[in-house]
Design a protein around this ligand. Structure first.
Ligand code: SF4
Length: 203
């Protein structure tokens, strides 16, 4: 574990090359089999609700009916998630050339919505461990294997790939600190502080 700018993270995040290859994975993270969809922060429910109509225009009839009947989220305070259809697709998924995509993001990029996607989706495959001590970790799943390959060949590190999400979640200054750490090949505090750095390793 390392602590950078008060963010605790597994070193694996800073060491992994990663760049999503949608043509290969087909957006699998939007369609994982399971009972629950993407984790939602409490405040995201209202944000999604306020932008619901804009996302709905890109959804299938089936998804719209599902939302109208069951709503788009479930759970309780501090533990909400999006609902899934038939225990698979997140209710906000649409398909573009057989790639699963997120309607809210489409509406966002078409300037029709001010909510891009839940921060948990935006950060993925970086996840936040909320049980006990809070820290970030890399969820290495089989579906992302092509992204590891593409990241390596394109020389893209997971931290840099996740720039927008990390800035959104933790701010630009923290992102820059983590990015610097990657650039310096993980120089721990004992060494980097000589040069004015702020990183430290945590066992
Ligand atoms: S996070 Fe993994 S499953 Fe999701 S789009 Fe990227 S490579 Fe595909």
């Amino acid at each position: 574990m390392i602590l950078i700018d008060n963010i605790l993270l597994e070193e694996e995040i800073t060491e992994t090359s990663f760049s999503c290859d949608l043509q290969k994975c087909k957006g699998a993270c939007c369609t994982f089999p399971g009972k629950f969809g993407a984790p939602l922060k409490d405040e995201e429910i209202e944000m999604i609700y306020n932008n619901l109509d804009n996302a709905k225009k890109y959804l299938s009839e089936k998804s719209i009916e599902y939302i109208d009947k069951h709503g788009f989220y479930e759970g309780s305070r501090d533990n909400y998630s999006t609902v899934c259809i038939d225990k698979k697709d997140c209710v906000f998924v649409y398909y573009e050339n057989s790639v699963a995509k997120y309607t809210k993001e489409k509406a966002y990029f078409n300037c029709e919505s001010n909510f891009r996607k839940p921060i948990s989706c935006h950060l993925f495959p970086i996840r936040v461990n909320n049980t006990g001590r809070k820290y970030l970790y890399f969820q290495n799943i089989a579906e992302c294997k092509p992204a590891l390959k593409k990241g390596k060949s394109d020389k893209v590190n997971l931290v840099n790939f996740s720039k927008d999400a990390l800035i959104r979640a933790y701010g630009e200054e923290s992102y820059n600190e983590i990015s610097e750490y990657v650039k310096n090949n993980g120089i721990p505090k004992a060494v980097s502080s000589i040069f004015g750095g702020v990183n430290e390793t945590v066992s």
